[in-house]
Design a protein around this ligand. Structure first.
Ligand code: KE4
Length: 420
């Protein structure tokens, strides 16, 4: 595969951008070779600067459930250009988007729009602390909630990919406010509350994990967290930035029937533009300025471009519920082959091929994967025109633009890797 232009662009990028990328997981560091510089996306495909075409299973790390440049989103963005890009003042369409989110997530009685998943998770954490008057937070090893100082503790995604258990630059005092526990381990959660009774503000969780690779909640796990948080007066925060509107129109809360006190959303609600949201019970959300004492703000929060793209995306998904059945069927087909030395986890249209023979149910089991072998697999697939997440500890995503033929071509490429 010719990568001359990407290679040259990487060298130039490294002179002015750390590692040549604006987000570490894009670096290909853990899979070998350098990142591809993308010229355009179309449908389920990415075309790089050297003209190579790939079936894209990243979809901008989750947002592009309809594929690249879906007509409804592009038309919505074009229409906004007639009226402006940002006002720094309220607009009607922000109300419409907040109402659409509340429609999908009834537990989100009130919603605040922000600009990234990090902001959404960070703000929800602050609200939980302000509302409960408690400082400690429980998270789970391998889960990632954006680069929030106090949540960069045994986090997933880029930290797991790069083998960093925590980030430099986070004061020990901040990290000490976070209790990081094994995913799917209710006993550990009970013990943490017993040891810190009355001091834990919230339990923050990816109800379907994407950031250590795709890991589903064990039966009863989410229900157990709900019971414990209710008993202990702590807020249950579902970080659905990745799985929201992905595993069901109402996300994990719809799929598993467990109600969160607060929810963080991102990715799909922006249709590929920078927008995110957090929300929860009105009683909790009314602690936020300007109504209450908890401060959170944002220059571009609710800007018309991103809001319109998001509205178009949610409108399409609401009006076409069959999308979820299609995605379920196609992803099940993609994940249906028995591949030697591989454990496949899938929830809806999120999936990960873990290079291990063991079940992957938490970070301890995920980190046993043969990451070198995953790197070989990644490079093999790339050579055959299939662009997977460049990390063993990330999820892949099937979108509506992936046709059956794309799925079959991907399965054939994967079978060839194991045939040799
Ligand atoms: P952003 O700040 O990147 O918009 O969202 C942070 C975030 C929060 N919560 C969850 C569950 C997330 O998955 C994310 C972001 N996910 C990563 C992919 N693993 C974004 C990709 C990247 O870091 O470049």
């Amino acid at each position: 595969m010719n990568k001359a232009r990407s290679t040259a662009l990487l060298e130039r990028a490294r002179q002015v951008i750390p590692g040549g990328v604006n987000s570490p997981v894009r670096s290909f560091r853990s899979v070998g070779g350098g990142p591809l510089f993308i010229k355009k996306g179309e449908g389920c495909r990415l075309i790089d600067e050297d003209g190579n075409s790939f079936i894209d299973y990243i979809g901008s790390w989750g947002p592009l459930i309809l594929g690249h440049r879906p007509k409804c989103v592009i038309e919505a963005i074009e229409a906004v250009l007639e009226i402006g890009t940002s006002f720094g003042a309220p607009t009607e369409r922000e109300i419409v988007l907040a109402e659409a989110i509340r429609d999908a997530y009834p537990t989100m009685e009130m919603v605040r729009l922000v600009n990234s998943g990090t902001e959404a998770a960070m703000s929800a954490l602050r609200v939980a602390r302000g509302y409960t008057g408690r400082d400690l937070a429980i998270k789970f090893e391998g889960c990632y909630h954006g680069h929030v100082d106090s949540l960069l503790v045994k986090a997933g995604s880029g930290l797991a990919t790069l083998g960093l258990s925590d980030s430099a630059g986070v004061p020990a005092a901040f990290a000490a406010t976070t209790i990081s526990l094994p995913y799917n381990d209710l006993g550990a959660v009970e013990a943490a509350f017993a040891n810190h009774r009355g001091k834990i503000a919230c339990v923050m969780i990816e109800p379907v994990v994407g950031n250590m690779g795709c890991v589903p909640p064990a039966p009863g796990f989410l229900e157990g967290l709900r019971k414990i948080c209710t008993r202990e007066g702590a807020l249950l925060i579902f970080d659905e930035v990745m799985c929201g509107f992905r595993v069901a129109y109402g996300g994990a809360q719809e799929r598993y029937g467990v109600k969160a006190d607060m929810t963080a959303l991102g990715k799909i609600i922006g249709g590929g533009l920078p927008i995110a949201a957090y929300g929860g019970r009105a009683e909790v959300m009314n602690y936020i300025a300007p109504v209450g004492p908890i401060y959170q703000a944002g220059t571009l929060s609710g800007n018309p471009l991103a809001v319109s793209a998001g509205l178009a995306m949610l409108k399409y998904l609401k009006e076409h519920p069959e999308v979820y059945e299609t995605l379920e069927r196609r992803t099940a087909a993609l994940c249906s082959d028995e591949l030697p030395g591989v454990t496949v986890n899938r929830v809806g249209s999120m999936f990960t091929f873990f290079f291990t023979n063991e079940p992957v149910t938490d970070w301890e089991s995920a980190k046993k994967c043969d990451t070198a072998r995953f790197g070989e697999f990644f490079r093999h697939m790339l050579e055959r025109g299939v662009y997977l997440a460049p990390s063993q500890f990330e999820a892949g995503f099937v979108g509506l633009a992936h046709e059956d033929a794309d799925i079959e071509a991907t399965r054939e490429a994967a079978r060839q890797f194991f045939a040799v």
